[in-house]
Design a protein around this ligand. Structure first.
Ligand code: AMP
Ligand code: MG
Length: 329
């Protein structure tokens, strides 16, 4: 991949560029394919809230954006996780495709993977296991690729993306690597990596760079994720969760897992992760009343599009990109 290239200052040039138009058509195809697949599987699409008193705290170094809501501070959603869990009171299988805002650190502007405003294909299934929803994530990625390859062959060619990149993706199940094995591999590459921590960005890049098809990393250590990823009862200290990584150095496409749903466990996990339970009034009221056990995931729409079109930078697949630390008027 090339060195970092910022988006043009002139938005009209960006919008008119054949590359932008081709990438946006691919993105539209991805959305249609994912929606069709989920609706066929009996999912109900819900519109996620945009603001609320609290949002997902597990966002790895990013800050939340505040809104003055009639004199009270509300947050713009960093993810729909809390609402996804709540929505399972209405239906067994739900999804939403919604924008998220994360004030990522300015230095992430050059990773090629970080935007301030992005969209997630957010899926949640009652009574599901991590393994079950990993299968579903694989199905969605394959459905997107299977739909884009024949329908947008010309656009892919114009973007310089060789369809041969997806033969393995379509041909065999995605590999599943335990977090501990992924750590060992990162260390073998000569990159510093603690066994009890999130995989570092250089580590993730290296793992992704060596891969030739998407793969899952499973069972992250507890300290690395938000309070809502369920801790394993068989392996205390480790979570029943996963990331889906793209090959060729494109990095993380999705995160997901089983969810904590019992009041006492959620309170304990909130305390462990430094969250003040008092902030989560509406959510904890629901939990006390009883929410359903579930599992789900969120796929970054722009990340998936970037991988499909083979773009160097994630902003290339956005009509109106917002990069960390970059302020325009
Ligand atoms: P997370 O809950 O942080 O794992 O986010 C879910 C998914 O959203 C990730 O797997 C990415 O695909 C995508 N995502 C997260 N943060 C960003 C960002 N700053 N820019 C673009 N996509 C993102
Ligand atoms: Mg993640």
């Amino acid at each position: 991949m090339n060195d970092h290239r910022p988006p043009p200052n002139d938005i009209a040039t960006h919008l008119r560029a054949p590359r932008t138009r081709a990438a946006l058509l691919v993105q539209q195809r991805i959305l249609v394919a994912v929606r069709d697949t989920l609706l066929r599987e009996g999912f109900v699409e819900l519109s996620a809230p945009l603001v609320g008193p609290v949002t997902d705290p597990g966002v790895r170094g990013a800050k939340q954006a505040d809104v003055d809501y009639y004199g009270t501070t509300y947050k713009i959603m960093t993810s729909a996780i809390l609402y996804k869990q709540a929505a399972l009171l209405s239906f067994d299988k739900i999804f939403s495709i919604a924008p998220n805002v994360r004030l990522e650190p300015p230095e992430t502007a050059s990773t090629g993977r970080h935007l301030v405003e992005f969209h997630q294909i957010d899926v949640e299934v009652a009574d599901a296991t991590a393994e079950g929803v990993m299968e579903l994530a694989q199905t969605l990625v394959r459905a997107a690729v299977s739909s884009v390859l024949p329908d947008l062959a010309e656009e892919l060619e114009g973007l310089g993306r060789d369809p041969a990149a997806f033969v393995e993706l379509l041909g065999r199940p995605f590999d599943r690597v335990d977090h501990a094995a992924a750590v060992a591999r990162v260390v073998e590459f000569g990159i510093d990596q603690r066994a009890t921590a999130e995989i570092s960005w250089p580590g993730e890049r290296a793992l992704s760079g060596k891969a030739t098809a998407p793969f899952f990393i499973t069972g992250y250590p507890k300290g690395s994720r938000g309070f809502y990823d369920r801790e394993s009862t068989r392996r205390p200290g480790f979570l029943r969760n996963f990331d889906l990584l793209a090959p060729e150095g494109y990095g993380e496409l999705a995160s997901g897992g089983e969810r904590e749903h019992e009041y006492q466990r959620i309170i304990a996990r909130m305390r462990e992760t430094g969250e003040n339970p008092a902030k989560y009034g509406w959510y904890l009221d629901l939990v006390r009343d009883g929410i359903r056990p579930s599992a789900g995931f969120g796929i970054g729409l722009e990340r998936l599009t970037r991988y499909l079109v083979g773009a160097d930078e994630v902003w290339e697949v956005c009509a109106f990109p917002k990069l960390p630390g970059r302020v325009t008027r």
